[in-house]
Ligand binder design. Sequence first.
Ligand SMILES: Cc1ncc(COP(=O)(O)O)c(C=O)c1O
Length: 348
Amino acid sequence: MRDYPSDRVDLRSDTVTQPTPAMREAMATAIVGDDVLGDDPTVIELQNRMAEMLGKEKGLFVSSGTMCNATAIRAQTEPGDEIITEGYSHIYIYEGGGYAALSGVSVALVSGNMGIMEPADVAKAIRKGDGSLGHYPNGSMVCVENTSNRGGGTCYPLETMDAIAAVARENSCRSHVDGARIFNASVATGQDAARLARDYDSVSICLSKGLGAPVGSVLVGSSEMIARAYRWRKMFGGGMRQAGIIAAAGIYALENNIGRLAEDHTRARRLAEAIDAMPSFTVDLEQVQTNMVYVACEEDGADDLVSRLSGHGVDTLTIDDTTIRAVAHLHITDEDIDRAISAFDASQ
Ligand SMILES: Cc1ncc(COP(=O)(O)O)c(C=O)c1O
């Protein structure tokens, strides 16, 4: 499918998707209210549906994945606490240090394998104020990213999800899933999203990535946690008025764009295997579990490679000096993957 106005193959991210005509139709005809006054029926429907899909009591619609994580952290920690998360997690690397600025918490980092933390390492990283003569911050929230973006789009095994939640509980920590792409994890592992997140206090889910909506994320959890998050969303300036216009895109995405994520995974796999077979590039195929392909190139070669690919009409993203990323999404067709493979071949 290609419903966006471009003859380029844009593999930079699954965030580049544009609302399709059917999604726009759903947005145009959405019944809206004033969500700050609590009467936008489309927002309410999206929140309820997402909460139900994740097996939680309540949902809260927010503008972005970053705001969703920030609100979740602020609602479940106190200033001076510490969160525990993986060293390449989005919360740590890509959210502007929001955890420190907005929640006043420090971070204990856990080394993961392809972004996946081991429960024992999480347990070791939790420091408690009590009994430390006041030395330690209070580790009070464990954040797990599934799928792990910088890990390569990797999925947590269900047992690991459960074991990390148990470690959090045993240590009186809240547990949060940055589930920006939890439906990718669900489709790839065959586990229901609610089951993956069963033992977690909160989950943030993005509508504007593989699901193809233009804007929005939903935070889900207990009624009591969402009530606190609701106040913090207000204080962060995140109350939106006729937000049903964008919530309608989210509902459309939930109804139409989850099952098809498997196609993105198949296309990413084909691209990854073809690139890895080229002498100039390496892809760790073990990492390619969903829609992302991280390509290793020669020393300091990443920017160069991105611009050579661009010359062939293929857009990718520099991650670091030796790594670029290509992501399959709902506008990427089999022909686009053929074109991308040819572009990589010509850019060696
Ligand atoms: C794992 C993960 N969490 C959170 C986010 C933040 O989402 P947003 O860009 O909507 O703020 C992203 C964005 O790519 C992400 O990959």
